[in-house]
Design a protein around this ligand. Sequence first.
Ligand code: SAM
Length: 218
Amino acid sequence: MAYKFVDNYREKGARKQLVNHLEKRGIEDKRVLQAIGKVPRHFFFDETFWNQAYRDIAFPIGDGQTISQPYTVAYQSELLHVRKGDKVLEIGTGSGYQTCILLELGAEVFTIERQEKLYQRTIQVLPYMGYQPHFFLGDGSKGIPEHAAYDKIIVTAGAPFVPELMLKQLRYGGLLVIPVGDEKSQKMVTILRVGENDFERIELDTFRFVPLVGDQAW
Ligand code: SAM
């Protein structure tokens, strides 16, 4: 597939405005803001909709799925406290935008998507943009046990409960960020693994994600 992506002053300016907006909404982590300022979000949109790419909204990417709202991406990224070299599992690749932000933060990213069309697109677009995560196709609600343990796990779809299998794939000291609730609204939850069967759970703000669908999900 041939891509013809351009990143001109118009898009760069819009990105800068988006960063300012996110800062005003309360995102404080400078590294996250820098990453948002760097990744060309319009590359994940059809050219017809480039004018929508730097609005703080979620947007359809086909197959009933969405590219997450920039604020949500920034919020989850900030919670994750990614350090350079962290091994991060992302469940729900979607467009791949969040994946690029994690890579910009210095993570080694393992990302899994259950929808083949989205997976096929990201395995082409991300390397074209210069981003190289480890891509997987399948049900991420069980995590990816073959590559565990992870320093961080981020779930970008709404779960009905916290899957036990994910918790088991965290390193001690590792952190899971997952939206949990019903189909209409979810609380962002962080879970820190402090020991074999010892976890610290914090419930934060309310969001609305597309559902996490799978064996350990809806
Ligand atoms: N963060 C992504 C982005 O910026 O484009 C948006 C992700 S979208 C809100 C959620 C994604 O999770 C969808 O692409 C959906 O197909 C995927 N998903 C849902 N359940 C899944 C599962 N069990 N395993 C892997 N992916 C799943």
